[in-house]
Design a protein. Structure first.
Length: 367
């Protein structure tokens, strides 16, 4: 150690702490050479700070208000009594000085790592997740020093963030359980739940010398599969009158049939599909497909138009075509068409008509 440092260690004239622009330091121990501070030195406590003196492991004096103090027996009554100053008031004394940041620490995040199981009055047992933010500050420097800082030369926020988050989540679960609010009504009661949770959390933080200044809930969410079910339920509620929905689907089917080459032939299928969908949704809204729900209509058989003697006839179902095949008026080379086919095709090339000619022998060779 140089001569300069020796003298500097024996005569520290100014004790202060200027916080870096970007830091999370809650408590800072002023560095000293041999722990020696000169009697009569200047102590500077800035806005948002407090200073604590620790002598031989014992907290002695606290400076809570901002300002510049001259370290004398007037400003250090407890320490002066302990030391006695038998060597005169200009002799250096040994003590540790801790600066505590009293400012508010905002935008601290909290969230549930695992879903919370609750008993909902409407859905029964349900799992939820939640997250938000909170703010706190040191309210009791002495308690904060004794419970958390102890001898840490630089106590930072991350050292306590996990403890605070776990405490907040635990108390949040208590609060939302006490609130007894249905899951569908949670979004409109964030403020109420926040206030209840804040009051429950405060005593835990007070035991550490901290005060909760803000507690906000940003979101409470249900599992994805439950949200999808709610979306479907909302969709059915928006549709409302199922009779009107059937009329709407029927009108759509008529419009679609008019655009197809087969004209009105596909109308029956479209109407049947609309009625079937309406019945299914009506059954879901009335009880989720109970035993009293009517079965859906029987699917309509495929209907084919045929070209006989250059004339379009039909539509005929497969059974009718089989009868005509036995009569000989419909053969494998007869052109047929149904809704959904791009062009007319020979009946023998249409897979659905394979059974029509099962009992009809093929043409004679060379015939």
């Amino acid at each position: 150690m140089s001569i300069f440092n020796v003298f500097r260690g024996q005569f520290i004239d100014i004790i202060d702490w200027t916080e870096p622009s970007q830091n999370d330091i809650l408590a800072y121990r002023f560095p000293r050479y041999n722990n020696e501070i000169k009697m009569g030195a200047k102590l500077i406590v800035r806005e948002g700070q407090s200073a604590l003196f620790v002598n031989e492991g014992q907290l002695t004096d606290i400076f809570l208000n901002p300002g510049t103090y001259t370290l004398t027996t007037e400003n250090l009554p407890i320490l002066s009594t302990l030391k006695g100053w038998k060597y005169g008031f200009n002799s250096p004394f040994k003590a540790e000085v801790y600066f505590i940041s009293m400012r508010q620490w905002t935008d601290q995040k909290w969230g549930t790592q695992n879903p919370i199981m609750l008993r909902d009055p409407e859905f029964g047992p349900v799992r939820i997740r939640a997250f938000g933010s909170y703010a706190f500050h040191v309210s009791d420097p002495a308690t904060f020093l004794k419970q958390l800082v102890v001898t840490d030369p630089s106590f930072e926020a991350f050292e306590i963030s996990n403890q605070l988050r776990n405490t907040i989540v635990s108390r949040f679960v208590d609060a939302i359980g006490q609130a007894k609010i249905a899951a569908l009504d949670l979004a409109g009661n964030y403020d109420k739940i926040s206030k209840v949770a804040g009051e429950i959390i405060k005593p835990d933080l007070a035991g550490l010398g901290l005060a909760l200044t803000s507690f906000l809930i940003e979101n409470i969410s249900l599992p994805p599969e439950v949200e999808q079910a709610l979306d479907q339920r909302t969709k059915m509620g928006v549709l409302g009158d199922m009779s009107k929905y059937t009329q709407y689907r029927t009108a759509e089917a008529i419009g679609d049939a008019a655009k197809n080459p087969g004209g009105i032939s596909g109308l029956g299928t479209g109407i049947a599909a609309g009625q079937a969908m309406a019945e299914q949704m009506r059954g879901a809204m009335s009880g989720g497909g109970g035993g009293n729900a009517a079965p859906p209509p029987i699917p309509q058989a495929a209907a084919f138009f045929v070209a006989i003697n250059g004339q379009q006839q039909g539509p005929f179902d497969v059974g009718t075509l089989a009868a005509k095949a036995r009569e000989g008026s419909v053969t494998r080379t007869t052109l047929v068409w149904k809704q959904g086919m791009a062009n007319w095709a020979a009946a023998g090339e249409v897979g659905e008509l394979g059974g029509v000619f099962g009992s009809v022998p093929p043409p004679l060779p060379g015939g």
